[in-house]
Ligand binder design. Structure first.
Ligand SMILES: N[C@@H](CCC[C@H](N)C(=O)O)C(=O)O
Length: 281
């Protein structure tokens, strides 16, 4: 097997939610499941299209291990390094926007299957989409996060995917040249997304994130929910509505005992055709 030149053409779209950006692959008939080399190519900002991840749009019936309604649209999310993640909060809003713009779904409220279970997206106004994100589990498991020689205690938060949330006093001095590490390492055997959060005021935080499988991104939707839930636990005043500022914009997180809602923008910015390198012949 050897690498050769270009071979297959495939339609794609590009979209983002608070500048967390995605290459969208329409695979409605289950004909093209990108392998990790394809995902890395699609997400490559210099040699490919460029994105923090890939959203493969596919009917749930074509997804191995999905045992729910086969007719649902499934958000098959991949990180830029080719790894698979359970859930993507910005991605699911962009996915919903894409389905409607492509005429693949309609209505104000849209069920979307993900590896973390069913999520429902609702079109609110203009570019805003609200997604029911399910329950958020916050634990203080004695985890510490280290970055550039500094160590902080972190809360472990499960939003369908894993997060470690750290409180800091200054976001501008964080140095992401090297990835953050965590202790004990067994706390997150599958890796973790790390959120650094600064309190701005009551119900208002700012955040930077270093995503598993990507690096620093302009935003992470599940991360904003994790950060708000961790801030609510630390703050203890019972605030349930949170404004979360990220480098790429602002989202709103609503917390309930049995679930959470993430509301933020989702836009499609391009459509085109990509020439996929032929890896095997
Ligand atoms: N950017 C996403 C999260 C994507 C997955 C994450 N990197 C992981 O590996 O869990 C979001 O908006 O939630």
């Amino acid at each position: 097997m050897r690498k050769t030149g270009r071979m297959r053409n495939w339609p794609f779209a590009k979209g983002h939610g608070t500048h967390n950006d995605f290459v969208i692959i329409n695979d409605r008939h289950g004909m093209y499941d990108p392998d990790s080399a394809d995902v890395r190519f699609l997400c490559d900002r210099h040699g490919g299209i460029g994105g923090d991840g890939v959203l493969r749009v596919v009917r749930a019936r074509y997804v191995k291990d999905w045992d729910g309604d086969p007719d649902l649209w499934f958000m098959d999310y991949r990180n830029a390094d080719g790894s698979i993640a359970e859930m993507c909060g910005n991605g699911v809003r962009v996915f919903a926007r894409y389905l409607v713009e492509e005429g693949l779904a309609m209505g104000e409220s849209l069920p979307i299957a993900t590896r973390a279970g069913l999520r429902t997206a609702r079109f609110v106004h203009q570019d805003q989409v609200a997604v029911e994100m399910g329950p958020v589990v916050v634990r203080d498991a004695g985890v510490k996060v280290e970055l550039a020689g500094e160590r902080w205690p972190a809360l472990s938060v499960d939003v369908g995917n894993p997060h470690a949330v750290v409180e800091v006093s200054d976001l501008s001095t964080l140095d992401f040249y090297f990835a953050p590490t965590w202790f004990p390492s067994e706390a997150f055997p599958e890796g973790v997304n790390v959120e650094f959060v600064r309190s701005v005021g009551p119900g208002h935080i700012a955040m930077r994130v270093f995503e598993r499988g990507v690096g620093e991104t302009q935003s992470c939707g599940t991360g904003t929910v994790a950060a708000a839930a961790a801030a609510a636990q630390r703050d203890g005043t019972g605030i349930t509505h949170w404004r979360v500022d990220v480098p790429g914009g602002t989202v709103r997180v609503d917390l309930r005992p049995d679930g959470s809602t993430l509301t933020g923008p989702a836009v499609i910015v391009a459509r085109g055709e990509v020439f996929l390198p032929n890896q095997f012949d």
